[in-house]
Design a protein around this ligand. Structure first.
Ligand code: TRP
Length: 460
């Protein structure tokens, strides 16, 4: 790994050098002014990067369907970190996305030894009950279990063919002693992420997966696998424009005009090219350089944006010819709220976070004893000011409890200049958090009758 940052979805250590993460992993920054109705998590730079979000925004602005997918690990209790993902799911849903949620029960079974019936109980009582309370629209949300959606497992196997241990080693740092549960889980998860595009689950459309940046390895794996299955690649052409290339694989060689003798079957190849050329013509490209023998078509006048427009048609053509026709999933990345003790937030250390079912007294204790960015003495605090960037109370207002940007920035300024004291900041956080917990508690009561309706047919 050299001196690069390694991102590990299972580690408790986390890099917070977000600029470097963007560079090293080839993410794109999010410019929230380009988003419809940006959420406070966008406005505050907390959701800071993406891959291929333009596909989702493009679908949104042209009134075409798009979906959002996330998964939950049915162990432990739902805490503020989990809530942040659901807030994002809800935001996409409000913009028109359909929602699919995977209960990672096979993953929990394989990596944490949680029995499937216990997974079911935890998923429903602890997570889905809160999703309902957080306002997900039951009409447009489907929760399923990995264990009862065979197509997800089948995809896990099929997609597994497109990767190998060396790649998993490079992405996840696996080694000889790695438990195979940890090898299987990302492949089933790739199945989770890919399957909403299948015809039975809504068909070809952009699917976005909002995750914490530690989950990017899963996205890289899934995106890589998806593109390896594609029959038609679209790349930048060296001298400008785009080039479409056939990707000949065992499964498609006959369909793409390779005879049993391994030679090109010209008639068949030409038929494929006619279809490709007609797609390009529909997109307004007449100046194209087809080379059937070589299996490529150059389009000198096309831009990268055109690639986004041409690709869905190529995927549809692939599907029509018997291929999977998979679009790479899109993703967005959020930064992490610090744990309340200053360490990483984790459901296995209750003192590091607040649970959605936490009672107000216990929340108050946690906030009051949380890590603070204040000075050791009152005099110093007044003179030097506090550091809101490392102050849990302020950070939790920023990430979770203060939705008013102006009020938040006043708190930040006041704290920095020493006008607001640590104890005051904590009290403000406690007050806002109490309101929040009471609200969510009430919403849970009001929406409890909906919980079962969130389950997909194959989950009942
Ligand atoms: N692995 C995820 C976790 O640890 C859960 C998960 C399963 C998931 N499938 C997913 C997350 C698909 C996002 C997308 O919590």
């Amino acid at each position: 790994m050299g001196d690069g940052i390694s991102i590990d979805p299972w580690s408790s250590q986390q890099s917070t050098d977000y600029d470097r993460i963007i560079k090293q992993f080839g993410l794109e920054s999010i410019d929230y002014s380009q988003l419809p109705n940006p959420h406070m998590l966008h406005r505050r730079g907390i959701i800071f990067a993406h891959r291929d979000l333009n596909l989702v925004l493009g679908a949104h602005s042209s009134n075409k369907p798009f979906g959002v997918l996330t998964g939950l690990m049915p162990s432990g209790r739902m805490h503020l970190g989990h809530k942040m993902v659901i807030d994002q799911v809800k935001w996409f849903q409000d913009q028109g996305a359909d929602v699919t949620i995977a209960v990672a029960d096979l993953e929990a079974l394989a990596t944490r030894g949680v029995p499937l019936d216990e997974c079911r109980r935890v998923a429903i009582e602890e997570y889905i009950a809160n999703y309902a309370a957080l306002g997900l629209d039951v009409e447009n949300t489907e929760v399923y279990f990995q264990s009862s959606r065979p197509v997800v497992q089948r995809l896990g196997f099929m997609l597994g063919k497109r990767t190998n241990l060396t790649e998993l080693e490079a992405i996840y740092g696996f080694e000889g002693g790695t438990n195979l549960g940890h090898v299987q889980a990302p492949l089933v998860q790739a199945g989770d992420i890919i399957h909403p595009q299948l015809e039975d689950f809504g068909g070809l459309r952009p699917i976005v997966v909002p995750v914490g940046v530690d989950q990017d390895p899963h996205l890289r794996l899934t995106r890589g696998i998806a593109s390896k299955t594609n029959w038609f690649n679209v790349n930048k052409r060296k001298s400008g424009g785009l080039v479409i290339g056939l990707s000949i694989q065992d499964e498609n060689s006959a369909a793409l005009g390779i005879g049993a003798d391994g030679r090109i079957n010209r008639e068949k190849r030409n038929l494929v090219f006619e279809k490709l050329l007609s797609i390009l013509k529909n997109h307004g490209f007449s100046d194209v350089l087809p080379n059937p023998k070589h299996g490529s078509i150059e389009i000198p006048g096309a831009t990268l944006h055109d690639r986004d427009l041409i690709r869905p048609d190529l995927l549809r053509l692939e599907r029509g010819m018997g291929g999977l026709g998979l679009l790479q999933p899109s993703s967005t990345y959020h930064q992490f709220a610090m744990g309340m003790t200053g360490d990483k937030m984790s459901s296995s250390s209750p003192e590091t976070t607040i649970f959605l079912t936490e009672d107000v007294n216990s929340m108050e204790k946690k906030v009051k004893s949380s890590f603070s960015g204040g000075q050791p003495t009152l005099e110093e605090h007044r003179r030097l000011g506090g550091d809101p960037d490392i102050d849990v109370a302020f950070q939790y207002l920023k990430y979770f409890f203060e939705s008013d940007d102006k009020a938040l920035s006043e708190l930040e300024k006041g704290y920095r200049c020493g006008e607001i004291l640590t104890g005051q900041m904590k009290q403000i956080c406690v007050d806002k958090a109490s309101d929040y917990l009471n609200h969510i508690n009430e919403m849970r009561d009001q929406t409890s009758h909906l919980v079962n309706d969130f389950l997909a047919n194959d989950a009942r």
